[in-house]
Ligand binder design. Structure first.
Ligand code: FEO
Length: 170
C-alpha cells in the first residue's frame, strides 16, 4: 500500500513521462516536416520509450493499490527554432525529469517506503543514460557544426544502435 504522498509523487510522474512522450512526438513530427528523417526517427523512438516509462508508473501505482490517473496533457510546442536548440531543450527536459525522479526518491525516504524507493532506482539509472545520450548528440552537433546537419541526420541512429549494443559500456 502506498502512502498518500508517495502515490501523489508517482501520479505526478505519470503526467511528466506522458508529457515527455508527447513533447518528443511533437519534435519528431516537426523534424519530419523539415526533412530530417534520421532525427525524426530518433525522436519517434524516444517518444515510444517515454510512453513505456509512463506505463511503468501507471502499472506500479495500480499494482500497489493506488490509482494510476491519466491526466490531460499540455500541448507541446509545434515549431522549433533549429536542431541544436531543439536538442538543448531535450537535455533541459531530461534534467528536469531527473530532478523529479530524485524528488520521488526523497519522498520515499521520508515516507519510509523502501519498496518504492528500490523500484524507482531503475529510473535513476535510466536518467543517467538518457542525459548521457543527449549530451553525446550535442557534442556531435558541436563537432559537425550546423552546416553538416545532413551527415548528422544520416548518422544519429547509429548513436542509438551503439547504446543498444550488448557490449555497450555505461
Ligand atoms: Fe522517461 Fe526521458 O524520462
Amino acid at each position: 500500500m502506498l502512502t498518500k504522498k508517495v502515490e501523489e509523487a508517482l501520479v505526478s510522474q505519470i503526467m511528466k513521462e506522458g508529457y515527455s512522450s508527447n513533447l518528443y512526438l511533437a519534435m519528431a513530427s516537426w523534424a519530419e516536416t523539415e526533412g530530417f528523417e534520421g532525427i525524426s526517427d530518433w525522436l519517434y523512438i524516444q517518444a515510444d520509450e517515454e510512453r513505456l516509462h509512463m506505463l511503468k508508473f501507471v502499472h506500479y501505482v495500480n499494482d500497489r493499490g493506488g490509482k494510476g490517473i491519466i491526466p490531460a496533457f499540455e500541448q507541446p510546442p509545434i515549431d522549433y527554432p533549429g536542431i541544436k536548440t531543439m536538442f538543448e531543450k531535450v537535455l533541459a527536459h531530461e534534467e528536469f525529469i531527473s530532478a523529479s525522479i530524485n524528488d520521488i526518491v526523497a519522498v520515499c525516504a521520508t515516507e519510509k517506503d523502501f519498496t518504492t524507493q528500490n523500484w524507482v532506482q531503475w529510473f535513476v539509472n535510466e536518467q543517467i543514460q538518457e542525459e548521457k545520450s543527449v549530451r553525446q548528440i550535442l557534442d556531435k552537433l558541436k563537432i559537425l557544426g550546423e552546416n553538416n546537419l545532413y551527415i548528422f541526420d544520416r548518422d544519429i541512429l547509429t548513436l542509438r544502435a551503439a547504446e543498444a549494443a550488448p557490449n555497450a559500456t555505461a
